[in-house]
Structure formats: structure tokens, C-alpha cells
Design a protein around this ligand. Sequence first.
Ligand code: G6P
Length: 605
Amino acid sequence: MCGIIGIASNKSVTANIIQSLKRLEYRGYDSAGIATIVNGNIDEKKCTGRVDNLEKILFKNPSNGFLGIGHVRWATHGAASQINAHPHSSEEVSVVHNGIIENSDELKKNLEKKGYKFKSQTDTEVITFLLTDFLKDFNLINAINKTLEKLNGSFALGIIFKKYNDIVVGARRGSPLAVGYGPEENYLGSDSYALKSMTNKITYLDDGDVCILTNNKVEFYNSKNKKVNKEILMLSDDKNIAEKGDYKDFMSKEINEQNITAKTCIKEYVDQLRKEINLYNFPVKPEEIKKIVLIGCGTAYHSCIAAKYWFEEFTNISIEIDVASEFRYRKIKFHKKNLYVFVSQSGETADTLAALDLCKKNNMKTCSIVNVVESSIARSSDFVLPIHAGPEIGVASTKAFIGQMLVLYILSIKISEIRKDINKAEYTKKINELKNLPDLIKKTLKFQDKIQVIAKDFLKAKGAIFLGRGLSFPIALEGALKLKELSYLHAEGYPAGEMKHGPLALIEEGLPVVILAPKDRYYEKTISNMQEVIARGGKVILITNEYNNVISENVRSTLKIPNTDDHLTPFLMTVPLQLLAYHVASLKNCNIDKPRNLAKSVTVE
Ligand code: G6P
């Protein structure tokens, strides 16, 4: 979480820092700040709220240094206040930080004894004062190393100095950090996306690396303090993709382009001419896989649940799923014939990355399914399957979910074919069915108007429940998550069969209950659960298929998704639920792209 930018140039850097911070706002938007060197002194400016506020401050009081650092914050230690906003500066140094310093209390006590006066409640300010203290007795590189040695926890740092007023220093342990190269200027950024408006020449720091940037040179030192050369990567140019166009917000754009997301993803993996899936060189032989463990957080985790159903259906492999924050601390029994699959839109989620690291330490084979191919998770895993969804800016994940499910679905049928768990005819049939999926997704987007009306029922509700069985269960969870994230309404997703074991007590007159009942093998059972809800006064919104005419009179609204293969139905069930969350949130005037308290890329535990 949080975003870092640093620039060393031969001209004023303020405008570019502000522009980069705006791109980084998806990582945090509690507060923002900038520090530059003006007339030989550190000039720090910060504020609560959005980068726009910082821009206004700078408009009144310009700060035109030739080098500087900037930060957008997602609060961890200390409230979202101006004092706690980054940078944190002394007279000598100014620091921006992503991550958490776990021993900050102890370090703070020692520094206070030495007379340092802390202004903020953050863990970051200890770094400022440690550096200030070491700089009294040591040269630059030694002062940096002495400081880093003292820190426990994870961090990505951007630092500027009063005395060394032509350099920006970066350091990485745990949290990602990248360097970018421009014309007579160089950049530091917490991700490549921040730097992409200025350059597509990037180097990623490895754990323990320190970098020193001037406007015409970049030096890297590894964890052993040895000067090293690092590879420069050329990133793809997708500057235009992350524009809103005519849409009101990024989320409506991202929901509405899901047919294209699906089309692109299918094109990348499926050869319709040869009726073949282009997936080769697996890190383990599919025939020998004993178990597949699927791991993710939030929406990505929901895609793992859907995948469990597909893999179990198409293969004889046993499947486990886990949320990354649990997996990383459990006493896992690793086995070399297992395949560990990590799903993450950003590829930077701290818990997922830590779970991946744990597997790597145990010499396990890993595969990642990510949207950001330059991400830490992608770079750390043995095998990467990009979802090709293009940048997703809305904090609540939508098109990435479709992309994650699609890659997992494609992976499941490919693995089952290699293992001969399904025969060639079934395999070809599955490939053929995929051809129609983008158009079917497009058809579900037409529910907009109807859903806008349904959304009104949720305005006065105390909460909402989403129920489904089989492959509709993960979609019920995702529908509830979307509603919570966007509209701040309490929502529960449940397997419909579990209703009677507790949640039924929540049903009262008028409570909205969304029932996902496609005409699959669970249909009758789900409809019985729906009747139990209706009998207790629940206001039912039923989502089923077009060919289904057996609809109860007491259902408040019914949406009929197009007919398709049962295994592809989850894709079509997803869209109306995203639209529902979107319209409830719109009616409540919530900030759609940036829901309160949340961030797009959760790089802290
Ligand atoms: C955050 C986002 C969610 C996302 C989750 C996992 O909580 O707000 O939308 O599903 O992180 O993110 P990832 O990038 O790993 O998919």
C-alpha cells in the first residue's frame, strides 16, 4: 500500500511528481506529500486527502527543486492526518516509506533519549532520525547501511538529503521499488505504473538493494553493499488504456469492457483454428501433479474457489484453496508433486507474495496468474499466466475477476486434457464454447436499466444476502463483496444450503436476498432455499437462465442470463452483481472508484 515517487533532474520536478502521485492514488489516498530541495534546504509540503489538495497548496506556494520525493498514504501507523502524511523530514533528511517498521517503538525510545522530538505517530519517522543521527558520524552510504541494519519489517524507501543535494536514494526490503530512466533525469517509483508516464525503461530493485540516483546516473548496491549492475527492462506502452473515455468512472468502464477482456484473454490462450490451448512448459508435469493449491486474497480468492469446482470436475487432481493471509502462517505439509498457484490482479499483494515466498523457500513449484506482468509475484514465480485485462484502476476488482476466472478455467481444461482426464471430443467442445463467451458477457451488460430499478430496493435495507450453490457459490461471495466494498452495505454471501444453519435468522420483511439459481444440477435445491427466504418475508432477486419458466410469483425481480454451458455460467452471473453493487453505490453517492478505507494494491499485511 502507499505510493512512492522520486525524481532527480536538471529542471523543476514538482509537476512530474504530482502527475505520478495522481497515477499512484490507486495505492492510497488518505494523504499526500512532497519534499524538494529549495535554496539548499528541504522544503516539505503535505496535506490530508487527495493529491488535488496538494496541488492547490503548491499552486499557492510553489516548491521548485530539481530533485524530490512524493508519497500517497494509506494509513497503517497513526491516523490519516497532515502530521502523519509522508514525507517525514528533519533538517538534514526527508523520507517517504511504504511498508511497516516492526521495531519502531523500541527505536523511537532510543532516539527520544538522544533528544530527537517526534512529531508524528508513524513508524516512518524513526528512519528520518536514525539517518540524521548516523549522518553526524558516517558518510552517506555508511549512514544508510547503519540505518537499514536497525530496521525490522518491510520497506521501500525514497530519501533526499540537505547535504547531498543532487541525489535521491531508494532502498527495498519486502516492498517493491523500481527505477526508471529518462532524458537527463532518473526516477524512483513504488511500481512501474507510476513511472510509465515518463519512461518505459525500468529496473526492479531486489530485496536488500539500495540505489542512488542523480539526474544522469544510477548506481545500485546489493544487500552485501556491493556495487552491482542491473538489467534494464523495456515495458510495453499502455499509456492510453488507463483513460476513462466517455465513462463516468473507471469502474463503469471496466465493467462494460469485460466482453473485450474475455476476448483478449481467450485470444492469448486459445487457438480456435487448431482447437488447442497454447499452454506449454509447465513447471511440473501435469500428469504427475498430486495436488493443486490455489491461493489469493479478496476477489482473487473468489476466483480460486470457482477454479476448485472446475479442476475437480475436469481432473482427478485434489484441489485445495486458501486465503494467502492464512496460508502463510499455517503449518503446511509441502509436497514436491504439488503445484502452488497464486492469483493476484496487482501481483503485489503482500500476503500473496509472502505465501509465494514460503513455497519457494520450501522448493515448491509455483505458478502465478496476474494482471501486471512486471509485478513482484510474477517475477518470483516459476510460471506466469497473465490475464491480459489491461490496467484496472477502480479499487474494487471487476474485469480482473473475469480474467482470473478465465485463465483458471482455461488452465483446468488444458491440464485435464494433458492428463487425459477428459477426452479429445470434450476438450474440443470446451474450446468451441469459449468462442461465444465474450458475446454472452456483452448480453448481460444490457441488464443496466433493470438493475438500476432493483438497486432502489437496497437503499433502505439493513443489509443483503447472496445465495448460490456449486459454481454460483463463489459468485455469491463476490457479489456480496462488491456490494460491501462499493456501497458500504452489510452483505453476506453464503452457500444456499447453509442458510438453515444460521443466516436464515437474518431474514425479515423486506431484506433483499439475491438468489443465483441457473438451471444446473443444483437448481431445484436452490429454488427450495429461495422459497424458505420468501416464506420469511425476504425480497428475492432471482438470477437464472433464459430457458427457465418456473418462476415463483413472489419473486420481486428476475434476471435471465443467456444460456450456456453450466461451467461458463459463473462468468455471466458475475456481471449483473457488479452492476447491482455499482448502482446501489451510485444511488448512495459513494466514491465508486475509490471506496473508503480500501486500496487497490495491498502491500502491507
Ligand atoms: C484489495 C482490493 C481487492 C482485491 C484484493 C486482492 O483488497 O481492494 O479488490 O481483490 O486486494 O488484490 P490482488 O491484486 O492480489 O488481486
